[in-house]
Design a protein. Structure first.
Length: 100
């Protein structure tokens, strides 16, 4: 029997994906945001990110997160690591079907 992992207060799981409250607001295209919405990936998203990455796992992940959040890769490149880790956690929660 697996132990349920509590959902962090900064993560809101929805029917279509997750809403990640950032630790520190970021500027995207001149707009300051404190939350990012990430939709559930499709098989097409996974395949496209893999094809563009040319075998580089970091590039694949960045391509995928960019697509799912509709945030440009250059903006994701510039966010702090703690915010990026929140996006990673959001991704792992959105692809799991563990009925948290």
């Amino acid at each position: 029997m697996s132990k349920k992992v509590p959902v962090p207060s900064w993560l809101n799981i929805t029917e279509d994906g997750v809403i990640v409250t950032l630790r520190k607001p970021i500027v995207i295209d001149g707009v300051t945001v404190d939350k990012l919405t990430m939709r559930e990936p499709t098989v097409r998203d996974i395949r496209a990110a893999s094809a563009m990455a040319n075998g580089d796992d970091e590039v694949r992940e960045l391509n995928l997160l960019s697509s799912l959040t509709q945030v440009g890769q250059s903006a994701l490149d510039s966010i702090g690591l703690r915010n990026y880790k929140r996006l990673q956690e959001g991704y792992f929660r959105v692809v799991e079907d563990d009925e948290l």
